[in-house]
Design a protein around this ligand. Structure first.
Ligand code: NAD
Length: 478
């Protein structure tokens, strides 16, 4: 279904994120017929560039980041003709009036802030002072949204001076992933799971975001944040919220976000003994974290595992184990909900006894698996085995799976539709920092150093212990 006609301005339109994700994504939505041909995209950045030079740059991005069999020369030409460019320095006054004159009345105006967060305030201010943004305009802001509660509050306050909360779209691209939304469908559109979705039946939850990449090339930048700020406070927190939240009364932006906020507020402080931090060591022909971050004394973590408790009626007694890191064995993101064992086994085959696990895989191969116990086929008597009920999208949808929009594509279309359900509200972000800050302050106070872990492994030894001492184990990273 096509979205309304729009003028989308991308500040930082020549930057890495715009070239890798935003512009190729918009091209795909154009091909899909969602972006109609009377909509326009305006790149805005500091450098002087003609429309044609900008189009050339975007053509190169499409070449590089859209698979060959998804490219169509005629479509690309048509798409490029929808593109314009205006040179603007966020901190100066030049270019804004030209931008204002380009804006059309009666179409959706959206402004994507794909620039360093330090510039968000400057852009918000000038969009208003030069009359570029109208009262219905939408702004899209990228992560990181602050680096602690104080900076997030300040950023929210700055944006609120110029825009109403209903105009602000804080991107967390994890929420744009197909499986993440499917998680809500599975929970709230089936009678099967929801009755079991509580501490009484769920033994524990594991959330894993494992990456194989190092921070080489952006180490100095990464070193100022670390895994807790870069992954846990935002992406993993959002996943945790979607699993733990109560059913919203309606699939409506504020109803959903109210429920997520309640989860964040119910999170217990995490004691230091429930936290493991790590730094990858040199290996596999690559340097270690300390070399990559260009600070041999760095205590920033490239890996973190933590045990988290949601203190409410539904979840009391069910831990949520979170782990994420760089340079691990495989690139894999998943949520695993492990159910408790049946109260009594009528079978003698204790060896084969295992729990039901619902695995929601975000990458690679988005999809879901429900591990169930069945009888091992054959004449060997009543022996049990665990098999997956596979709900992978590639399997169910065949070729259509290829057309599932990437997270950025979907989220940008949601901005144009004016649907904030999959965007973080200001109070959610602040609550997440309010939980995160004391955790970081806690380890800073002890001066504890992260534990080294081998590149290509599944993380530090102590992270294994975090589970073992509770009689549980991490799922293998594959
Ligand atoms: P980048 O450095 O590649 O690009 C920055 C862009 O901003 C360029 O187009 C540059 O011309 C423009 N710019 C810089 N100073 C300006 C000024 N004073 N006025 C106007 N334009 C100016 O950065 P990026 O990697 O594209 O990241 C952009 C934002 O997206 C950042 O907030 C970043 O944290 C966030 N982000 C990036 C990624 C990614 O994969 N690159 C992922 C998630 C979030």
């Amino acid at each position: 279904i096509p979205v309304d006609v729009f003028d989308l301005v991308i500040f930082g339109g020549t930057g890495d994120l715009a070239r890798r994700k935003i512009l190729p994504g918009l091209y795909r939505r154009f091909v899909a017929g969602q972006m109609t041909s009377d909509s326009r995209i305006i790149g805005a950045a500091r450098g002087e560039l003609s429309d044609d030079a900008f189009r050339k740059l975007v053509a190169e991005s499409i070449d590089e980041f859209v698979p060959k069999d998804r490219r169509d020369e005629a479509m690309i030409t048509e798409f490029l003709s929808r593109l314009h460019y205006v040179a603007i320095d966020a901190k100066g006054e030049g270019g804004w009036d030209a931008l204002k004159n380009m804006m059309r009345d009666g179409v959706v105006r959206a402004f994507y802030f794909s620039v360093a967060p330090a510039l968000f305030g400057d852009i918000a201010l000038r969009l208003k002072s030069h009359g570029v943004a109208d009262d219905a305009a939408r702004i899209v802001v990228e992560k990181p949204f602050g680096r602690d509660l104080a900076t997030a509050k300040a950023l929210n306050a700055t944006l609120a001076q110029h825009f109403h909360e209903t105009q602000i779209y804080r991107i967390d691209h994890y929420l744009g992933k197909e499986t993440v939304q499917n998680l809500m469908a599975v929970r709230f559109a089936n009678i099967l799971f929801e009755p079991l979705w509580k501490a009484e039946y769920v033994d524990h939850v594991q959330i894993t975001v494992a990456e194989t990449v190092s921070v080489d090339g952006r180490g100095a930048y990464y070193d100022k944040s670390g895994a807790m700020r870069d992954m846990v406070q935002n992406h993993m927190m959002q996943l945790l919220c979607l699993i733990a939240m109560e059913p919203p009364y309606h699939f409506d932006p504020d109803a959903v976000r109210d429920e997520k906020l309640k989860v964040i507020r119910a999170l217990d402080p995490v004691p230091q003994q429930d936290i493991v931090r790590g730094q990858y060591l040199a290996g596999g022909g690559q340097g270690g974290y300390l070399e990559h971050c260009e600070n041999p004394a760095s205590t920033t973590e490239s890996y973190i595992a933590l045990k988290v408790h949601v203190s409410n009626w539904r979840w009391k007694g069910t831990p949520f184990y979170l782990r994420t890191g760089k340079r691990l064995r495989a690139r894999a993101s998943e949520i695993a909900i492990t159910f408790r064992e049946p109260p009594h086994s009528i079978f003698d085959d204790a060896k084969g006894w295992r729990e039901n696990v619902l695995v929601i895989r975000l990458q690679p191969d988005e999809g879901m698996n429900l591990m169930v116990m069945i009888k091992e086929p054959g004449p060997g008597g009543m022996r049990l085995m665990q098999v997956p009920l596979d709900m992978s999208f590639a399997g169910v949808l065949g070729d259509e799976a290829e057309d599932i929009p990437d997270a950025y594509e979907r989220l940008i279309m949601d901005v144009i539709r004016g649907n904030q359900t999959l965007f973080m509200r200001g109070d959610e972000v602040e609550a997440a920092w309010a939980w995160t800050d004391p955790i970081i302050e806690g380890w800073n106070a002890t001066g504890a150093k992260p534990q080294g872990y081998d590149a290509g492994s599944s993380g530090p030894e102590d992270a294994l212990m975090l589970m073992h001492r509770d009689g549980r184990r991490w799922r293998e990273i594959r």
